[in-house]
Design a protein around this ligand. Structure first.
Ligand code: PRT
Ligand code: ZN
Length: 284
């Protein structure tokens, strides 16, 4: 018995999806020349598909789980559950207008023509804001639509903003913030649920490891109290006496968000020889 996962065959989510499985200790060959691949050390079959098809395949149970951008998931409007946010494939669906066009707010889109590959999300956004505009669905190269006279604005995916700016467009509204998510079929068998739980456990360990760093430092014993206050650790820091009398070595875990501030404070409290080491997996 194995669980089937659908991931993008090629494109922006392919490498990160495979890398995530890999970081979870699951060996899968890439899908450039295959429709499917069987993992060697986990009961997992990987299907390589166009991203647009993944929500439907997961809804229908052809694959029990899948990795997909929230933008595609919400546009396709299928009945599946989001079980984990994966932190890659980050982008936003935004409305942009040509530079130089006066824009004072969303009401300026009234009666305008908007080109997009995301007609449903664009429509929902306009309706929520009580703006009536004409949506023109196109399947690619949305960013050139205004310059060839096809539309007054675009509703397209943006990550760095480079594509919009080189096409003379300015982002004016965010329709959706998106990232890759793990989705699952709504009617999993108990065997599939058990396998999915195992996979999520590993994904959480990978994510926790990425958010944290292991640190080692030396400090004079009189500074320990202040240093303990700064270091929450997973439970409490490990303290080992050094050969030098009156000194200790302290091991702990710091979260990425507070990392630099804490390092500065630790130095100020008397810490020396601070070593920072990446964590491969972190089981909380
Ligand atoms: O062949 P298949 O249908 O599977 O792939 P695809 O061509 O439909 O999708 P692909 O591989 O381009 O993107 C897959 C997913 O990656 C998207 O659905 C998003 O969830 C996510 N993603 C993240 C992005 C971007 N960032 C992104 N920047 N998808 C597309 N873009 C495009 C955008 O459309 C625009 O053309 O990149 C351009 C903008 O990039 P910047 O950096 O210039 O702003
Ligand atoms: Zn696609």
């Amino acid at each position: 018995m194995s669980i089937k996962i659908a991931i993008q065959k090629k494109g922006r989510l392919h490498d990160d999806s495979l890398q995530l499985l890999n970081d979870c200790g699951i060996d899968v060959k890439n899908g450039h020349n295959h429709l499917k691949s069987i993992a060697e050390n986990f009961p997992l079959e990987v299907y390589f598909l166009r991203d647009d098809d993944i929500p439907e395949y997961v809804q229908d149970g052809v694959a029990q789980i899948g990795i997909i951008g929230e933008n595609v998931l919400h546009e396709k409007c299928k009945q599946v559950e989001i079980v984990s946010e994966l932190g890659f494939g980050k982008c936003r669906l935004s409305i942009a207008v040509p530079r130089g066009v006066e824009y004072n707010g969303i009401n300026d889109l009234k009666g305008k023509k908007i080109a997009t590959s995301y007609p449903l999300l664009c429509e929902q956004f306009l309706r929520k804001n009580r703006v009536q505009a004409e949506i023109h669905e196109i399947s690619g190269s949305v960013e050139i639509a205004p310059s060839i006279g096809l539309s007054d604005a675009v509703c397209d995916l943006v990550s760095s903003g480079y594509t919009l700016s080189t096409n003379g467009l300015i982002e004016v509204e965010t329709v959706l913030d998106s990232q890759a998510v793990l989705i699952s079929n709504l009617n999993l068998t108990s065997e599939h649920t058990t396998l999915l739980d195992k996979l999520i456990f590993r994904i959480n360990a990978v994510h926790a490891a990425k958010r944290n760093k292991y640190i080692l430092l030396n400090a004079p014993n009189e500074a320990l109290e202040e240093i303990f206050r700064l270091l929450p650790g997973m439970k409490s820091p490990t303290v080992l006496p050094l050969a030098d009398e009156g000194w200790s070595s302290i091991h702990s875990v710091l979260s990425e968000d507070e990392f630099w501030e804490k390092i500065e404070a630790l130095k100020a409290a008397g810490a020396q020889g601070i070593l920072v080491v990446p964590i491969e997996k972190m089981i909380i």
